[in-house]
Design a protein around this ligand. Structure first.
Ligand SMILES: [Zn+2]
Length: 296
């Protein structure tokens, strides 16, 4: 079975079994969240985490790229610049690096080490053949995936001022980011966002200022809004019952963009929220001021 085929099967399987709905870790089963220690952004040197790499002083903001050439977000000022590197969930533990072009010195390499993080694991036995997509739906999903890859490649300026986010919805968040799913003994792609359980119609707001760069109704993700926060920092909000914005709209933090729903391949209403840095989905909790709360 090709990797590509496995990828859509895994998403289909997850959808068919309600896992994208957060039903794998339903709200009533979610364990209480530990308080978030320290101010965002928080470092986690593990897949799905963030590496904060001190680059030293420089008169101009250095240019930083991943080994694949993807531009990396850089914050700070002339006294100290910091690269904020998203570590893909698919990254292997071990040595990693970025390339730095300061404009004042020759290009150099900054190394860091990716460790491990104990994400939850869920093992399920499912009937073979239950998760097949029709040829039409498969073709649709392939088109939508190509479109999404273009959206994810967005890198714009101005640079964000502060890397911190507010919960985009009041609700109950489970520890769902990074959840490793194993179907019939075969590992599937891990869960790449935070699921927040809330009733249909609950307002969804911008977690930080941003520009709407895409809206649509997608096979797996349902009604979706993408926000660009600058510097390759993006948010994706899925399964919405209503979309109140259009591409090009500039939103302030806390401004409404839509409402919680159950559109796409889900079994119940919730917000799926993905956050990306340099095209890598990272744990949104690393950038949150506080956990989502049901009574907002
Ligand atoms: Zn989800």
């Amino acid at each position: 079975m090709s990797l590509q085929r496995r990828t859509w099967l895994s998403q289909a399987a997850a959808a068919a079994w309600g896992l994208t709905a957060g039903a794998g870790m339903p709200a009533h089963a979610a364990k209480a969240q530990a308080p978030l220690a320290g101010a965002p952004p928080r470092q986690r040197l593990a897949p799905g985490g963030i590496a904060l790499l001190a680059l030293g002083p420089a008169g101009r903001r250095p240019e930083v790229r991943t080994p694949a050439g993807v531009p990396v977000l850089v914050t700070g000022d002339s006294r100290q610049w910091t690269a904020v590197v998203g570590i893909p969930l698919s990254a292997a533990a071990g040595e990693a690096q970025v390339q730095v072009l300061s404009g004042e010195q020759d290009a150099r390499v900054v190394r860091y080490r990716i460790g491990r993080h104990a994400y939850a694991e869920q093992r399920l036995t499912v009937a073979p053949g239950h998760v097949e997509l029709s040829p039409e739906n498969l073709a649709r999903h392939e088109r939508e995936r190509a479109h999404q890859a273009q959206v994810i490649a967005t890198f714009s300026q101005p640079w964000p001022e502060r890397l911190a986010m507010r919960p985009p919805v009041g609700g109950v968040a489970s520890s769902s980011f990074g959840l490793r799913r194993v179907f019939n003994g075969q590992p599937r792609s891990p869960h790449s966002g935070m699921d927040i359980a809330a009733a249909t119609g609950t307002p969804v707001t911008a977690p930080v200022a941003g520009r709407v760069i895409d809206t649509g109704d997608y096979f797996f993700n349902g009604q979706t809004v993408w926000l660009d926060h600058g510097g390759g920092w993006l948010s994706m909000m899925c399964h919405l019952s209503a979309i109140d914005v259009k591409p090009g709209d500039d939103l302030k933090v806390g401004e409404r963009l839509g409402a919680v729903g159950a559109t796409g391949r889900v079994t119940g209403p919730h917000l799926h929220w993905s956050v990306m840095l340099n095209r890598a989905s990272i744990d949104p909790a690393l950038l949150l001021f506080e956990w989502p709360q049901a009574s907002r």
